[in-house]
Ligand binder design. Structure first.
Ligand code: ZN
Length: 209
């Protein structure tokens, strides 16, 4: 997914660049198709898109393998951005599209109407990372991590990251707390990097099934 981006950036060395990466993530029910074989660390894993053919543990293992792969992928994105840290103010904003039921109260998958949906489906994972030149108020942002946030924040935050002025942008929904002079945030604060590098060895081959 990151192939060719270096050339694109080299060809657009000035100005702002927005890169949108849309991965399949953990989208079910075929969790086993969301990760390459080398990432099947939790076993036995469900290898069917008919979840009723698998045990709870097999379903969870397949889901966790896909999470592991997304973690690894995000590390690749962050490493990629860090390579361009000298030249750009780099930042990453990752968000899932929904949470997922893993058998709690007999429910699986996602997509129940808001009024009926359990917390697991409404609790959406997201992650922000900033390069060393992108100065944010780290303490203020860490406080945000425990606040209830939603997809409503997303577009206003992205516009804010790009310093876009627009009447449709609500600064109150922008999650980024800027502060001049603030030091860098290392992504080792966010992700178990060493573990992920270990998991990523040997290099993945064969692509996604
Ligand atoms: Zn989805």
């Amino acid at each position: 997914m990151l192939q060719g981006l270096d050339q694109y950036i080299a060809a657009h060395a000035t100005g702002d660049i927005v890169i949108v990466l849309h991965q399949m993530g953990n989208h079910g029910p075929a969790y086993f198709k969301r990760y390459p074989e080398a990432f099947e660390r939790f076993t036995p894993a469900c290898h069917s898109n008919q979840l009723e053919d698998c045990s709870d543990m097999e379903i969870r293992n397949a889901y966790d393998n896909a999470i592991l792969y997304t973690d690894w992928f995000l590390v690749q994105v962050i490493d990629f951005l860090q390579q361009h840290d000298q030249q750009f103010e780099t930042a990453m904003y990752y968000t899932a599209d929904h949470g997922e039921s893993m058998g709690e109260s007999g429910l699986y998958l996602h997509g129940l109407p808001w009024l009926l949906a359990p917390e697991a489906q409404k609790h959406v994972a997201s992650l922000m990372w900033f390069g060393r030149n992108y100065r944010v108020d780290r303490a203020a942002m860490q406080q945000l991590a425990s606040q209830p946030l939603s997809h409503d924040n997303y577009s206003h935050t992205v516009l804010g990251l790009l310093e876009v002025s627009s009447q449709i942008r609500d600064p109150g929904l922008d999650l980024v707390r800027h502060q001049a002079g603030q030091g860098a945030i290392s992504h080792s604060n966010f992700l178990p990097r060493q573990l992920l590098q270990e998991v990523a060895r040997p290099p993945v081959s064969g692509g996604i099934r």
